[in-house]
Each structure stands twice: as C-alpha cells, then as structure tokens.
Write a new protein. Structure first.
Length: 126
C-alpha cells in the first residue's frame, strides 16, 4: 500500500468535535440517520467559510465552528470523485455513510483542530 496521503478538511460544530476528541482524534463519528453522506472538503479556505459563516449561526453547532485538518491515504480517495459544491474552488468528497468506517481506517495520523470560530457577541440568537 502506498504511503501517499491527501490533506482534507472538515468544518464541524461542538457536538461532532466532542465525539472526535473522545476517539483520541483518530476518527469521525457515525452519521446520523438523516445524514447519508460524509463531506470532507479539499481546501482550508472552503472549510473556514463553512465553519465561520454557517456553523456560528447554527444552533445545532452550538454557534461555534471548528476546522479540522487530517491526512487520508490517497489510494483510498482515488476511489471517489471530488464534487463541486457551488464553485470551482468549493470541492468536497461525498463519502456514503456506510463507508465511514473504511474512510476512518484510511486516516493517517491524528485529526488536528486548526481554527475555531464563535458567533460574534454582537449578533443576537434567533
């Protein structure tokens, strides 16, 4: 098996971050029944945009957004096609929920927390 890895990013809210921390920063938690796809993104900028502009406005994320960076075996990712999500610079992989264990098995090294965003204090909660 090749040692080549690809760096990916994942914007998450508080609950998902807590579950990742419980795994000792080694894996992503199973998808919920209404989440059929796991969406890691290809660029740090895209992950920042989601964490900062969406998660901080979302009660389900506890009004906080985190950006995670991690390495995945490239040979595994080659089985999947990146998809554009609204623009050439907004690319993500669509990993079916039933493949998440295999995806986690192909993470090399720890998942790293690299950015944290909070709802601005001047914004009122909905």
């Amino acid at each position: 098996m090749s040692n080549l890895t690809t760096i990916l990013y994942r914007p998450v809210g508080q609950a998902e971050l807590d579950l990742i921390a419980e795994s000792n920063w080694k894996q992503f938690p199973p998808r919920l029944s209404w989440q059929p796809i796991f969406y890691p993104v290809l660029t740090e900028d895209y992950a920042i945009r989601i964490a900062r502009d969406w998660n901080t406005k979302d009660a389900a994320s506890d009004y906080v957004g985190y950006v995670l960076r991690f390495h995945v075996r490239t040979a595994y990712l080659d089985q999947h096609e990146p998809h554009e999500a609204g623009g050439r610079d907004l690319k993500e992989y669509w990993i079916p929920a039933e493949e998440l264990n295999e995806f986690n098995d192909n993470i090399v090294g720890p998942i790293e927390l690299i950015h944290e965003f909070h709802r601005p204090a001047t914004e009122e909660l909905p």
